[in-house]
Design a protein around this ligand. Structure first.
Ligand code: C5J
Length: 223
């Protein structure tokens, strides 16, 4: 067994065994990140998310170099929308709804161009691509089984959006016994205030459901 890695983090050092950690990249999909996509139609400023891409590319390259398990998630639904609860379809007042034809194909529908991951972070063979119908990556998926089979105990969590799908996934992971480290510059929110408070909430109360650091701190600590 290799020596444990220790990363400076809030509320204290985050330790993990190199062979037992997975990089989880949440929903870095064109529909959320590209101008004109679903995220923008909800009234959001997608420029708020653009800064996540470069640091996340560096972390993904390091994860590949060190042989980490890599999981990419995509939020979306079957083409017949049979897995889309009406309550989710009705939510908000977007100019486009899930399943509607949009500039990048049908909004958040599996197989469409907009549903897929941005080119900069495209998965490579051997990485897990996990389609999820909800906000959390554990709900309605086999992520827990995949991680347990791979012997994973710790997660490095990245992606968008901080207070929605990242938070939900980290909370689900915590309840299932995983330790999660969130990288502050590799997660993004459309709302700067939610970004700051969302990160504070994770590390508060002695790390109530996780740890927070930045990508440089993780990269410096990797073997
Ligand atoms: C949202 C997500 N915000 N990936 N999805 O609906 O956070």
């Amino acid at each position: 067994e290799q020596e444990r890695v220790s990363v400076p983090a809030r509320p204290g050092p985050f330790g993990f065994a190199p062979g037992r950690v997975a990089l989880v990249i949440i929903d870095m999909q064109r529909d959320f990140l590209l101008p004109g996509g679903f995220g923008e139609t909800l009234g959001n400023d997608v420029a708020q998310l653009a800064g996540v891409v470069a640091p996340l590319q560096r972390v993904l390259a390091a994860a590949r170099a060190t042989g980490m398990t890599v999981v990419h998630t995509r939020e979306g639904h079957r083409p017949d929308l049979s897995d889309l609860p009406p309550a989710k379809l009705r939510r908000g007042k977007p100019s486009l709804r899930i399943g509607d034809p949009g500039p990048y194909g049908r909004i958040l529908v599996r197989g469409e161009y907009g549903h897929d991951i941005i080119d900069e972070l495209a998965p490579v063979p051997g990485e897990v691509v996990l389609d999820k119908p909800g906000k959390g990556a554990f709900y309605g998926t086999d992520l827990d089984e995949l991680l347990r089979a791979a012997g994973v105990e710790s997660l490095v969590v990245t992606g968008v959006t901080t207070e929605v799908c990242v938070h939900t996934t980290v909370r689900e992971a915590n309840d299932r016994g995983y330790e999660a480290l969130v990288l502050s510059d590799c997660v993004g929110s459309y709302f700067p205030e939610f970004q700051r408070v969302g990160l504070d909430m994770i590390a508060a109360q002695g790390g109530i459901f996780g740890w927070v650091t930045d990508s440089a701190s993780l990269l410096a600590a990797l073997p």
